[in-house]
Design a protein around this ligand. Structure first.
Ligand SMILES: NC(=O)c1ccc[n+]([C@@H]2O[C@H](COP(=O)([O-])OP(=O)(O)OC[C@H]3O[C@@H](n4cnc5c(N)ncnc54)[C@H](O)[C@@H]3O)[C@@H](O)[C@H]2O)c1
Length: 251
């Protein structure tokens, strides 16, 4: 499986799963447009430099994915600097835990804005580019939380279920244009966000016990399946959702 010099845009690429996806794509021969918010500038530069050290062309692009004007400018910038975008990974996401009864309205709004609307805005900005070249690979990062979920994550679960529904219909709209759209649902992955579930050893051990592979996931575990959806190996796969969770849902 190889990127063959194709260009991929990865959002939220400074750390965690996004960083591992960026480096996984670089190792497979993709050039990269790497996005994050400006506050993550130093970390994004580190990811970008690691990918450059693999011989790839890499551009850093700052934008809040929930802001339409910033997203439009980011996509225009990516195309201006790299020539085009062939594949996109909508990875940027946030989690703000609260039970439903006490959930502040701004938790609901911000989580939906980044996770669901951000995915929509990036795709909307990119579709003219992909349509013009008759080619595109879209990989949206949802979550097993969007299928099952856990207490204090109802709004997060809703945002990730939205990403799956959006992707299924998007796949039908863009299929005739040579564009595929699929989702990845990571399980419990050790990142800054994942620590919410993992800091307490009792919770961490309970997740391991529920997982067929009997371990917590690493960000790198997600990169290969994402690269598959970004490559031509998945040319006739679209509208699908793949769990990358070590078998949690089998328990
Ligand atoms: N860690 C897990 O267990 C897990 C499980 C399932 C799904 N996910 C999903 O995987 C993705 C990555 O999660 P992670 O665990 O690496 O989280 P993380 O918090 O470590 O990284 C998220 C990245 O997104 C960036 N980001 C946040 N808001 C942004 C915005 N408005 N615009 C641009 N960038 C923004 C952050 O700066 C950060 O670099 C998220 O969509 C998350 O919901 C994570």
């Amino acid at each position: 499986m190889s990127g063959n010099g194709r260009i991929a845009l990865v959002t939220g690429a400074s750390r965690g799963i996004g960083r591992a996806i960026a480096l996984g794509l670089a190792a497979r021969g993709f050039d990269l447009a790497l996005n994050d918010i400006e506050a993550q500038g130093a970390a994004l530069k580190e990811t970008a430099d690691e990918a450059r050290a693999m011989g790839r062309r890499v551009e850093e692009l700052y934008a809040d994915v929930s802001d339409k004007a910033q997203v439009q400018a980011m996509v225009a910038d990516a195309v201006a600097r790299l020539g085009t975008v062939h594949a996109v990974v909508n990875n940027a996401g946030i989690l703000r835990a609260s039970d439903v009864e006490h959930c502040p309205e701004d938790y609901w709004d911000s989580v939906m804005d980044v996770n669901a609307k951000g995915t929509f805005l990036v795709i909307q900005a990119l579709l003219p580019v992909m349509k013009a070249q008759g080619y595109g690979r879209i990989c949206n990062i949802s979550s097993i939380g969007g299928k099952h979920g856990a207490p204090e994550q109802a709004h997060y679960s809703a945002s990730k279920a939205a990403v799956m529904g959006f992707t299924r219909v998007l796949a039908q709209e863009v299929g005739p244009l040579g564009i595929t759209a699929n989702c990845i649902c990571p399980g419990i992955i050790l990142t800054d966000m994942g620590r919410v579930n993992l800091d307490d050893p009792a919770i961490s051990n309970a997740w391991k016990a529920k997982t067929a592979m009997a371990r917590i996931g690493a960000p790198e575990d997600v990169a290969g399946p994402v690269a598959f959806f970004c490559s031509d190996d998945s040319a006739f796969v679209t509208g699908q959702t793949l769990n990358v969770d070590g078998g949690i849902v089998l328990s």
